[in-house]
Write a protein that binds this ligand. Structure first.
Ligand SMILES: *Cc1c(COP(=O)(O)O)cnc(C)c1O
Length: 409
């Protein structure tokens, strides 16, 4: 969404207020053009012979988004069997799906094998069992490189005490299993966290991976995960993708030379591809003057966008109805019976009841984390593509809440 000549406009010149009139409030809106821009930016940053961008779909799983990203040339990373099923339904070929589960029952891994997707394992017992049953199927192993990186502790997943991955120091155990079963290791994987600003954190992880990789002659790819930070605040910093691309490509190309052939470099961005493409439009129900705080209460809450409450995440908020008004200080709060504060002491152009506010960067981990708490309905989703708006998910109705309930009285 851009601010031009006193108005906020979506790509193709679409007025977000008109979308709220047409589809109701609250409303998630995604701009395909922004996803494409981010995809191309990432592709251009890495100069290696074989590069794959594999969308981490847990960020946003609407089937129209999956299909759009597929048609950009992306492969896909799934963390549950349901995401695998969605990816296949969206048209991804099984070989283009990497299944990266954490702590799942082995039967779920067997389901993924039956669907023919690539398997990424992150614990020794699963690798042992897999090697006994499927010695002919190559696997990828998720490495824990012992790197502390990420926006905060909740989103740092590559440190020594993280539940994710197999410590690189435990790889001799994996090597042992490969030798006894004859199973091949086709990929090495790491994913160290979300919101990592410093390219050097990636590079440090990459060094661990490339050092390990030398010992495994059957590799087809090394997956460096993701965690690229995008700007959330005005003038916020983002991961310098171009700088990272230059440094990592050089290292990777040297590695491939020494390895004796070109293998594929993989990244699996979620947030980087879809965060900035999303806008969450809400309507102000009430402006409440407390003793020391002015509250703007909106027709949404942590049921629709939980990142501010869960991660202390910052989402920029604009008043689309009064974009150039004099700013005042507000706490923007939800309608859920919890303390669901979207923003604290935020300067926003003067807010009146009925105004439409926009929460920016609402593409990643927003709708996909939404719930029905307080028996509220989840909003509709709209995709802007080639200057047109497409409804890609209907607003829920009360019937959806009763759908799987069984009334025994
Ligand atoms: C969540 C996740 C990603 C995506 O992380 P972003 O910070 O959204 O880019 C990539 N890989 C794996 C394994 C993940 O779980």
């Amino acid at each position: 969404m851009k601010f031009e000549n006193g108005h906020y406009l979506l790509s193709g010149g679409i007025n977000p207020l008109k979308l709220v009139e047409k589809y109701g409030s609250p409303l998630y809106v995604y701009e395909a053009e922004t996803i494409e821009r981010q995809y191309q930016r990432l592709k251009a940053a890495f100069q290696v012979e074989k590069l794959k961008i594999s969308y981490a779909c847990k960020a946003l799983t609407n089937i129209s988004i999956l299909k759009f990203i597929k048609q950009l040339g992306s492969t896909i990373d799934c963390v549950s069997i349901q995401e695998v099923q969605m990816a296949l339904r969206a048209g991804f070929a099984p070989v283009d799906v990497l299944y990266t589960p954490s702590g799942v029952h082995f039967s779920e891994i067997e389901e993924a094998v039956a669907l023919g997707v690539r398997i990424n394992l992150d614990n020794i017992p699963a690798i042992e069992k897999f090697g006994e049953i499927y010695p002919h199927i190559p696997i990828c192993v998720r490495i824990n490189p012992h790197i502390m990186a990420g926006g905060n502790l909740k989103t740092s997943v590559g440190h020594i005490d993280s539940k994710f991955g197999i410590s690189y120091q435990q790889m001799p155990l994996v090597q042992g299993i490969l030798e006894t079963t004859g199973m091949k290791l086709e990929g090495l994987h790491m994913h160290t966290g979300s919101d990592i600003l410093n390219p050097d954190a990636f590079i440090a992880g990459a060094d661990v991976m490339l050092n390990l990789a030398k010992d495994y002659p059957d590799l087809d790819y090394i997956d460096f995960g993701s965690g690229f930070k995008v700007p959330y605040k005005p003038n916020d910093l983002e991961t310098n993708i171009e700088e990272l691309g230059e440094k990592l490509s050089a290292k990777f190309n040297t590695f491939c030379q020494e390895y004796g052939r070109a293998i594929t470099m993989v990244f699996e961005p979620g947030k980087f591809l879809v965060s900035e493409a999303g806008s969450f439009l809400v309507t102000v129900n009430v402006v409440k003057h407390g003793v020391t705080t002015v509250f703007a209460g909106v027709d949404s809450g942590l049921n629709h966008l939980i990142r501010p409450m869960f991660y202390d995440a910052y989402h920029r908020i604009s008043n689309l109805s009064n974009p150039e008004g004099k700013t005042q200080t507000y706490n923007v709060v939800g309608y859920i019976c919890e303390t669901d504060t979207f923003a604290t002491k935020r300067e926003i152009p003067e807010i009146a009841p009925g105004d439409v506010l926009c929460m920016h960067n609402a593409g990643a981990y927003c709708y996909s984390m939404a719930s029905n708490y307080n028996s509220r309905l989840r909003p509709a989703e709209v995709l802007i593509y080639q200057g047109k708006d497409f409804l890609i998910r209907e607003r829920e109705t009360i019937e959806d809440l009763f759908k799987h309930q069984i009334d025994v009285f």
